[in-house]
Write a protein that binds this ligand. Sequence first.
Ligand code: SAM
Length: 271
Amino acid sequence: MAADTYILGTDAQERERLRRQHELWLPSARSAWHRAGLRDGWRVLDLGAGAGDCSLELARVVGPRGRVLALEQSPAYVEEARAAAGGEQLPWLEVRRHDLASDSLAPTGFDLAWCRWLAMFLPVLDPLLDLLSRSLRPGGRFVAHEYVHWETFALHPHGDAIGRFAEAAMASFRAAGGDPNVNRRLPALLAERGFCIDGLQPLPVLGRAGDPWAQWLERFVRIYGRELIRQGRWSEEQAARAEAEMSAARSAPGSYWVGPTVLEVQASAPA
Ligand SMILES: C[S@@+](CC[C@H](N)C(=O)[O-])C[C@H]1O[C@@H](n2cnc3c(N)ncnc32)[C@H](O)[C@@H]1O
């Protein structure tokens, strides 16, 4: 059974952060799904689905002739995603509690598997790779949006405390067993299992003061900063310095944020 040890947690503030993050990244997700050929009637897996933001989108695309199976370990998110599927009357969207680091899955014949910001939290990737090999039909597509270069996270030119925040965040992901740069490894691991790597594309983020991308990164510093303080990796003093840097950047026209770099992986299961 899934252990609910997810490092970012599921409280209301984090849930709201995920919702806004989803709105910002939805156009990239949609174009990735389009490149993979997603269409009406497809059977889709959403891996580490959170509260189902992408699962709902996917279910709207595949329609009642299709199927979406959302797998997620956090009970609060599973409940919320189920309620949303019920509220929108999407009975072809099923949400299951599932630990992608250990549980196995029987259903087969999926046309597409999608994961975004999930693999980076997994202490082992074999269960995920096994699931992909078993569950996708021959030629079925896998699309991942995971980070490849977390070190780009920065506020330029005066974000020293933000730089230390990024180091502490990466260290915390590693200490919890994850890998913030998991997409450095994922394509090679897929290729070893006979997957064809159809495309690799970095998705860089640049945010000017006050724009939605800058707000996304500021929000992460504030919310995850509390967890880093709790873990002893960051201090109230550093948080205050980061706050001052963010405030100064908002009125400095030459300041800008760079986000951690996502790599889109497009792959196909062996025929
Ligand atoms: C940053 S959230 C991303 C949620 C969603 N994929 C999205 O893009 O909005 C990461 C999600 O992965 C889930 N997760 C982490 N480890 C997991 C595991 N071992 N098995 C299943 N889900 C997991 C978390 O509970 C959380 O919902």
